[in-house]
Design a protein around this ligand. Structure first.
Ligand code: ADP
Ligand code: AMP
Length: 217
């Protein structure tokens, strides 16, 4: 199975990917996580991406397309779930070319639907573990001990681009550059709409219900 997860920043893509990976054994490829790893490792790619990420803009297509098609080409045949990529129609076209070249296609696009007012609060309250990448929320998904990761006890941190000013830019970027992708995929494949403004377990159930229809097809 090859899936794409679409939705505004903060819609819950990463949170739901973890559930899907646990159930279906797919490889989770998050473009944001790969970029943050490059930055932490101090690579040239990480340095090139830095100013775009910090301001809430998209990293230029040529950088992202090369980085992500390489990862897609190396993915195991069991399948993958793409989180945060593609984010422009141009990226989607290049992804289709890379998959077709390997005899594959996108089986479905999960579209997490949610209002800006809710995602803004989700982003500013997001905290993550710098060691294992686990994601929490100050109110919605609290760790067992305040400020510490449940898995390894590391001190949780806030992403610098989750500050209110950058969040506003990221939402504007999403509507202008990424939202048109929903129409692209409606014209080119299967879009499964998910109401993402529910508690995490309800969203998980509706994601699984939709994926079951796909598995039976
Ligand atoms: P994305 O990957 O789309 O940017 P995340 O999965 O990181 O979004 O979720 C953003 C924030 O919202 C995180 O702090 C997460 O714990 C929280 N969150 C995720 N899903 C829900 C939900 N259904 N209800 C409330 N909070 C959620
Ligand atoms: P995310 O973790 O998905 O919220 O992404 C964090 C930041 O990484 C975004 O605000 C962009 O600057 C950059 N980024 C991630 N994925 C892409 C992509 N597909 N295209 C361009 N920029 C991206």
């Amino acid at each position: 199975m090859r899936l794409v997860l679409l939705g505004a920043p903060g819609a819950g893509k990463g949170t739901q990917c973890k559930n899907i990976v646990a159930e279906y054994g797919l490889l989770h490829l998050s473009s944001g996580d790969i970029l943050r790893r490059h930055r932490a490792d101090g690579t040239e790619l990480g340095r090139k991406a830095q100013s775009y990420m910090d301001s809430g803009a998209l990293v230029p297509d040529e950088i992202i397309i090369e980085m992500m098609t390489e990862a897609v080409n190396q993915a195991p045949s069991a399948g993958l779930i793409l989180d945060g990529f593609p984010r422009t129609v141009n990226q989607a076209v290049e992804l289709d070319k890379a998959l077709t070249g390997n005899g594959y296609a996108i089986d479905a696009v999960l579209n997490l639907k949610i209002d800006d007012s809710i995602v803004a609060g989700r982003m500013t309250g997001r905290r993550s573990c710098p060691k294992c990448g686990a994601v929490y929320h100050l109110q919605n998904l609290k760790p067992k001990v305040e400020g510490l990761c449940d898995h390894d006890g590391a001190q949780l941190v806030q992403r610098p681009d989750d500050s209110p000013k950058v969040v506003a830019n990221r939402l504007e970027t999403y509507h202008r550059q990424t939202e048109p992708l929903v129409e692209y995929y409606r014209n080119n494949g299967t879009v499964l709409d998910i109401e993402a403004d529910k508690d995490p377990d309800e969203v998980k159930s509706s994601v699984f219900r939709k994926l079951q229809t796909l598995v039976r097809m």
